[in-house]
Design a protein around this ligand. Structure first.
Ligand SMILES: Cc1ncc(COP(=O)(O)O)c(C=O)c1O
Length: 374
């Protein structure tokens, strides 16, 4: 029997055909397909401005830098996230200030964030963990009181809504990731989505080495030799190859997400009453673009991962809290909920093409592992 990975992208002939078309055009880099993908995202989310990047990490870095965040500034961020979120902050020279999460949804604890405000605090970087939106009303209230920026890390939340509005359609700035295991993939890719039209040109320039060259000529796949450089920038743009994959994926999002939610509901049903396990909240998945399936196991989490690996079932830990890494360790910092969740969390296989037989195999192996290890 084939091992079941914890995640696998759902890509095939349609994506290949789209990439073939880009090959035939001879224009592989930033060009017309990227523009088309940006327009598709904008329509899908109802977002004002979309700038696509080569990763979600670079989208976050670009967003923070464009807002002028840098040395001497502090950014409030949950420690319980992929370290990419935090690296994007430290890349600007600003200091990540780690906050705890709430048990109910494993998202940023806004009250804890409030306690960590200082005169240097400039921004909040909440993460919509596994696609479940943060409490944006509470966050916007806090940001409003202190005139802070909010840059949402929406890497997990493509297709999720908050209060009936898509993530990316109503906040100041949100950054998406289209890496291989995200809700939709471009192979690798990301996007900065934002409200302020005045920032569009600056973000476009910064993503391609500060070059002020008329974007339209690139978007029309035309080459002209003259350009000026007007600001510090990076080589962070998306390629036509990635965008072509993304354009197929965005059309498939609904079906892929429905299947993931169907499987998540089956897991919830199977694990809901099982001893030693706690399934996470938000079980109707209404309005959720679901990234992954995580649950809590009360004890022997690491042994369960080994047990499953030995039986061909992939699992993982998302995430090691950032404040526990050598580079980010802070003397005396204890985040009780984050550290407790880190000991208990496990991610189980969830991807659009998982078969019913594989799902039942996961359930069987998890329950026999829990029984053996109890
Ligand atoms: C929460 C979170 N933020 C940011 C990122 C960075 O995205 P990317 O892998 O596209 O750079 C990821 C992806 O791994 C993520 O899970």
């Amino acid at each position: 029997m084939e091992p079941i990975p914890v995640s696998r992208p759902s890509v095939g002939e349609e994506e290949l055909a789209a990439v073939r078309k880009v090959f035939a055009s001879g224009w592989l880099g930033l060009g017309a397909d990227v523009l088309e993908f940006e327009e598709a995202i904008s329509q899908f989310l109802g977002a004002s401005n979309v700038v696509c990047t080569n990763t979600g990490t670079t989208a976050l870095h670009l967003a923070l830098e464009t807002l002028g965040i840098g040395p001497g500034d502090e950014v409030l961020v949950p420690s319980f996230t992929f370290v990419a979120t935090v690296q994007a902050i430290s890349a600007t020279g600003a200091r990540p200030v780690f906050c705890d999460i709430r048990e109910e949804d494993l998202n940023l604890d806004v009250e804890d964030a409030r306690r960590r405000l200082t005169p240097e605090t400039r921004a909040i970087l909440p993460v919509h963990y596994r696609g479940i939106p943060c409490d944006m009303d509470e966050l916007q209230e806090l940001a409003g009181e202190r005139d802070l920026h909010i840059v949402e890390d929406a890497a997990h939340a493509f297709g999720s809504s908050y209060g009936g509005r898509p993530i990316g359609s109503f906040g100041e700035m949100a950054c998406f990731s289209f890496d291989p295991i995200k809700n939709i993939t471009c192979g690798e890719g990301g996007a900065v989505v934002f409200r302020d039209n005045g920032l569009l040109e600056r973000i476009q320039q910064k993503r391609i080495l500060g070059i002020d060259k008329d974007t339209w000529s690139r978007y029309r796949n035309e080459r002209s030799w003259f350009y000026d450089v007007v600001t510090q920038g990076y080589r962070y743009h998306m390629s036509n190859i990635s965008a072509a994959i993304g354009l197929v994926q965005i059309r498939k999002f609904g079906a892929m997400n429905r299947r993931k939610i169907e499987v998540a509901r089956r897991y919830d049903e199977a694990f809901g009453d099982m001893d030693g396990v706690e399934i996470l909240g938000n079980r109707d998945y209404e309005g959720i673009g679901l990234f992954a399936y995580m649950m809590r196991v009360r004890s022997h989490r690491n042994e369960l991962i080994d047990f499953l690996a030995g039986r061909g079932v992939g699992s993982g830990v998302h995430y090691i809290p950032s404040h526990l890494f050598s580079y980010y360790r802070r003397e005396g910092l204890v985040l009780p909920v984050t550290e407790q969740i880190y000991r208990e969390i496990i991610s189980l296989p969830l991807f659009p093409d998982i078969t019913d037989e594989e799902v039942e195999r996961v359930i069987l192996q998890v329950s026999s592992g829990l029984r053996d290890l109890a």
